[in-house]
Design a binder for this molecule. Structure first.
Ligand code: ZN
Length: 161
C-alpha cells in the first residue's frame, strides 16, 4: 500500500526515532509499503519518519538498483569526503550542496533481525548518511548554505554548457 510522504514543517521529521524491537508482520508490511512508496516516487532512499512512522527503518537503493532494507542502522566507518547536490522527497523541488563522506560502512539488521554490514561509496554513501540523519530528526537542509529550485539548477546547467 502506498504511504503518504510527509514534507518539511511536519514535526514528525524532527523527532528521534525509536529502535525496532519486534521483527514481525507489522514491520514487514511497513517495509513493503515503503518499497512501493519509494518506487512510485522515483527516489533513491526513504526513511520511516518520512511516512510518519518513528522507527529506525530506512531503505536505500544502491548503484546496482538493489533495495537495501536497513533496520536499526548505524554508521561504523567513513572515509574521505565528497560534495554534491542533495534533495529529499520531504523537501520537494529544492536541492542543496552537502558535504558527505566518500565511503560509508553501515551495520544494520535485516527484516528478520539478523545483523549485517554493508559498505558503499559516492551516491549510495551519501544516501546512507542522508537517510540515517532522518532517524535522528535531521534534514539535509541543515547541512547546506543555500537551497536551489529546479529552475535555478537548469539555469546553472545552461551556463556550464
Ligand atoms: Zn530525505
Amino acid at each position: 500500500m502506498l504511504r503518504t510522504i510527509v514534507t518539511e514543517g511536519d514535526p514528525v521529521l524532527n523527532k528521534v526515532c525509536h529502535p525496532v524491537t519486534k521483527f514481525d508482520e507489522k514491520l514487514w508490511i511497513l517495509l513493503d509499503d515503503m518499497q512501493e512508496t519509494l518506487a512510485e516516487s522515483n527516489g533513491v532512499g526513504l526513511a520511516a519518519p518520512q511516512v510518519g512512522i518513528l522507527r529506525r527503518v530506512v531503505l536505500v537503493i544502491n548503484s546496482q538498483d538493489e533495495v537495501l532494507e536497513l533496520i536499526n542502522p548505524t554508521i561504523i566507518k567513513t572515509e574521505g569526503e565528497q560534495e554534491g547536490l542533495e534533495g529529499c522527497l520531504s523537501v520537494p523541488g529544492k536541492w542543496g550542496n552537502v558535504k558527505r563522506p566518500m565511503v560509508v560502512r553501515v551495520r544494520a539488521q535485516d527484516r528478520n533481525g539478523n545483523w549485517f554490514e554493508v559498505e558503499d561509496e559516492e551516491l549510495t554513501a551519501r544516501c546512507f548518511c542522508h537517510e540515517l540523519d532522518h532517524l535522528d530528526g535531521h534534514l539535509f537542509v541543515e547541512h547546506t548554505d543555500r537551497l536551489y529550485t529546479s529552475e535555478e539548477l537548469d539555469a546553472m546547467m545552461e551556463e556550464d554548457e
